[in-house]
Design a protein around this ligand. Structure first.
Ligand code: NAD
Ligand code: IPM
Ligand code: MN
Length: 359
């Protein structure tokens, strides 16, 4: 059998630290399940800006297109925040998502039972939580034209972005969300701002039209402001949420805190071709970078998502998820998920604990 090719893009800040643990876990399951996986690494984000003057070098994009799946750490850092926008690390991430047409971003917020008291919410509010946010990733206000900052005749500056979605873009993310709901609890909540924004009025109409193709799925709609509130009031009312690029970005960070920490939320970004990129939902965490403090579990759980969705190794994926559950049951915690009585371990020790639980 031909080896599956995985491209690793560590990026910036805590990216390399968590990627190291993700790679070690992948190597461990590859040995244990006799999987044939070939890893290669490339530059993205600030690391690529420093080495090659641009956040998404052509060689990185070419390597990504040649691979079966991509693992990404995180990009960004204050030292690059004053560069012209096209040269900033974030453009590397937005560029690879867009160039590879990774339009479907799956962000599962699953509470591991031992972490019920790590959430800032009451344990009974989050216990048993299992929700999936399906975020559109290559359209909406992130990519709409025109955009920019202009100086008006009056001398005043004006900044502008454009929020637009084509029907075909709404349909393809809608199908992904309905199908996910069909495989899960059969409830889909579409989140929009249809009371104000025409673009999301169209979003709502298209979701209603698609519903006819999925009679088993119960479709509801919610305005994004209410959804933000409901997520912390009663998050277990949700099964699958589908929403646009920016609302999905914000709601998924909020949902992360239901699971204990932003350091727990993995993600998959999928193209129609089946190609996928896998990354934690969090960023490069400059405040804790280089200190062995970052929680590597979102990265490690992203490796599991990659094994399941892109590499078709579901047993290896399940083994990683079980190992993560086991270390949490043992009481092992990085600082972000620790509560009273826990002793705190670092990034590397957490990676080692998962590997030990796998063996
Ligand atoms: P962030 O997610 O990097 O950090 C927010 C807070 O969460 C910080 O206090 C950080 O220490 C903490 N945190 C994040 N990940 C953690 C982990 N694994 N373990 C423990 N704590 C963790 O968001 P930010 O501070 O708004 O952004 C920092 C940089 O990251 C910016 O340059 C931003 O553009 C970039 N960013 C990148 C991505 C990505 O690569 N996918 C996502 C979000 C932000
Ligand atoms: C994410 C990040 C990115 C986004 C940024 C860094 C471009 O916040 O992956 O959630 O907004 O999509
Ligand atoms: Mn984000």
């Amino acid at each position: 059998m031909q080896a599956k090719r995985v491209l690793t893009l560590a990026g910036d800040g805590i990216g390399p630290e968590i990627m190291q643990q993700g790679i070690r876990v992948l190597e461990t399951v590859a040995a244990k399940f006799n999987l044939s996986i070939k890893m290669e690494s490339a530059l993205i984000g600030g690391a690529a800006v420093d080495a090659e003057g641009q956040p998404l070098p052509a060689s990185t994009l070419a390597a990504a297109k040649e691979s079966d799946a991509i693992l990404l750490g995180a990009v960004g850092g204050t030292q690059w925040d004053t560069l012209p926008r096209p040269q900033r690390p974030e453009q590397g991430l937005l560029g690879i998502r867009s160039q590879l047409e990774l339009f479907a971003n799956l962000r599962p917020a699953l509470l591991f039972e031992p972490l019920a008291s790590a959430s800032t919410l009451k344990p009974e509010v989050v216990a048993g939580l299992d929700l999936l946010i399906v975020r559109e990733l290559t359209g909406g206000i992130y990519f709409g034209q025109p955009r920019g900052v202009e100086t008006l005749d009056s001398g005043e500056r004006e900044g502008f972005n454009t929020y637009r979605y084509r029907e075909s873009e709404i349909k393809r993310i809608g199908h992904v969300a309905f199908q996910a709901a069909q495989r899960r609890g059969k409830k889909l909540c579409s989140v929009d701002k249809a009371n104000v924004l025409e673009v999301t009025g169209l979003w709502r109409e298209v979701m209603n039209e698609l519903a006819a193709e999925y009679p088993e799925v119960e479709l509801t709609h919610m305005y994004v402001d209410n959804a933000a509130m409901q997520l912390v009031r009663a998050p277990k009312q949700f099964d699958v949420i589908v929403t646009g690029n920016m609302f999905g970005d914000i709601l998924s960070d909020e949902a992360a805190m239901l699971t204990g920490s932003i350091g727990m939320l993995p993600s998959a970004s999928l193209a129609a071709s089946g190609l996928g990129m896998y990354e934690p939902c969090h960023g490069s965490a400059p405040d804790i970078a280089g200190q062995d403090k970052a929680n590597p579990l979102a990265m490690i759980l992203s490796v599991a998502m990659m094994l399941r969705h892109s590499l078709q190794y579901p047993e290896a994926a399940a083994a990683i998820e079980q190992a993560v559950a086991d270390v949490l049951t043992q009481g092992l915690r990085t600082a972000d998920i620790a509560h009273e009585g826990n002793s705190i371990i670092g990034t590397q020790a957490m990676g080692e604990a998962v590997i030990k639980a796998l063996n």
